[in-house]
Design a binder for this molecule. Structure first.
Ligand code: ADE
Ligand code: ZN
Length: 342
């Protein structure tokens, strides 16, 4: 289907919630270069264009190798502020009203950048985004699943002084061979501390990892989860228990999880009644922020206006906002949906 200007206007106007966004994945090449110059870091690229040209990925790991290398330019509190503020400004342009940010502290602490520097810089930007744009946001600390659970436990311990800055914990990095059950103890500990729990599962890994994340880690949302349809009983469960999936269509395309967006199962899952949402994952690397993810998905799968409204509502309901804020947001979404029809 070609682009539909009226549908694009609706997408722009819908108040959006972003639930799957790695803040380190918003590091645009321009900022990578300016921070590298600031800190005297030598990048293995001659230009911004050369960085972008390197972003041709064949799977998750080929992306992660560049993503972790890029993080080396993030060194002080101002860097984390600048990174997150640039994201909030971009997200505000897409009418994002609430964002739940993932961050990967282990990527930074291993380089000698403290948990305090990372969280303080991100919090500065979160406060500014609220002041400037009225945008609310939360932090979700992700454990790197390719590392041992002992490292994740030490990371949770290092985060204890900042517990009030955190809303939840997540699980990311290379999925294959790193099942959710490997992190059972650290998730149990995080949940006992009152943190909410999410996990990447069923991106490259099997549907069984989704079931395991739900049953063993006790997560409330699944990040990606697109391989759920390899297990019809699991899809049934996702529908029945209204377990949200934070899907990232352009990420799935760039990491070759799907060959073509027109073959993505997003519309099939939506029409089956799964609480799917649209998110941008690592937009600096995958070529589109949340608005572009909505537009590309709507175009490729011919989503109706009503379906787009449902997707925005799913995201509001799946958020960790207080119930009253969710109700208010749902009202705003419906008001915008009606306005477009007038
Ligand atoms: N870290 C950043 N983006 C990720 C993704 N899409 N999957 C797993 N880990 C990630
Ligand atoms: Zn992700």
């Amino acid at each position: 289907m070609p682009n539909d200007p009226a549908r694009d206007r609706l997408i722009q106007r819908l108040p959006k919630v972003e639930l799957h966004l790695h803040i380190e994945g918003t590091l645009e090449p321009e900022m990578m270069f300016s921070l590298a110059a600031k800190h005297g870091v030598k990048l293995p690229y001659a230009s911004v264009e050369a960085v972008r040209a390197a972003y041709a990925f064949h799977d998750l790991q080929s992306f992660l190798d560049l993503y972790y290398a890029g993080c080396d330019v993030l060194r002080d509190r101002r860097d984390f502020y600048a990174l997150a503020m640039a994201y909030f400004t971009r997200a505000h342009a897409d009418n994002v009203v609430h964002a739940e940010l993932f961050f990967d502290p282990q990527t930074h602490t291993v380089r000698g950048v403290s948990m305090e520097v990372v969280i303080a810089g991100l919090r500065d930007a979160m406060d500014d985004a609220h002041r400037r744009y009225g945008m609310t946001s939360d932090l979700i600390l992700c454990f790197l699943r390719h590392l041992p659970e002992e490292d994740a436990l030490a990371t949770l311990d290092a985060a204890l002084p900042f517990l009030s800055d955190l809303t939840g914990v997540g699980l990311d990095s290379g999925e294959r061979g790193n099942p959710p059950a490997k992190f059972a103890r650290v998730f149990a500990k995080a949940r006992a501390l009152g943190l909410r729990a999410v996990a990447h599962a069923g991106e490259e890994g099997p549907a069984a990892y989704i079931t395991e994340a739900l049953d063993v880690l006790g997560v409330e949302r699944i990040d990606h989860g697109v391989r759920c349809d390899e297990d019809p009983a699991l899809v049934e469960r996702l529908v029945r228990d209204r377990i949200p999936l934070t899907v990232c269509p352009l990420s799935n395309l760039k990491l070759c999880v799907v060959k073509d967006l027109s073959q993505h199962n997003f519309a099939k899952l939506l029409r089956r009644g799964v609480a799917v949402t649209i998110n941008s994952d690592d937009p600096a690397y995958f070529g589109g922020y949340i608005g572009e993810n909505y537009r590309a998905t709507a175009t490729a799968l011919d989503l109706t206006d009503a379906e787009l409204v449902t997707v925005a509502e799913n995201a509001a309901r799946a958020s960790f906002l207080p119930a009253r804020a969710i109700t208010g947001l749902l009202t705003k979404i419906r008001t915008e949906a009606r306005r477009d029809q007038d």
